[in-house]
Write a protein that binds this ligand. Structure first.
Ligand code: SF4
Length: 75
């Protein structure tokens, strides 16, 4: 069911099921998203902020090898 690949495929955070809102880091006008995967080196890192600290409304982080795609059709 996983396509038969033994290697984890690097996916983008925007397509990863571990990306989740972070209410603590969010403010009234901005929803922060963080990595919720304890196995990732980016666990708890914010995914929609630039290196300079600018808040973005979309997830731009490039992702990692521990990401897993959002499962579709199961909502
Ligand atoms: S850093 Fe990796 S595990 Fe975390 S949300 Fe992005 S792709 Fe998913």
């Amino acid at each position: 069911m996983n396509g038969g690949s033994l290697m984890a495929k690097h996916i983008r955070c925007a397509e990863c099921r571990f990306a989740r809102p972070d209410p603590k880091a969010s403010d009234r006008n901005w929803t922060a998203y963080e990595c919720g995967n304890r196995d990732s080196e980016y666990y708890r890192a914010l995914l929609n902020i630039t290196r300079g600290g600018a808040k973005l409304s979309w997830i731009t982080w490039a992702g990692c090898a521990w990401g897993e795609p959002v499962e579709r059709g199961d909502a």
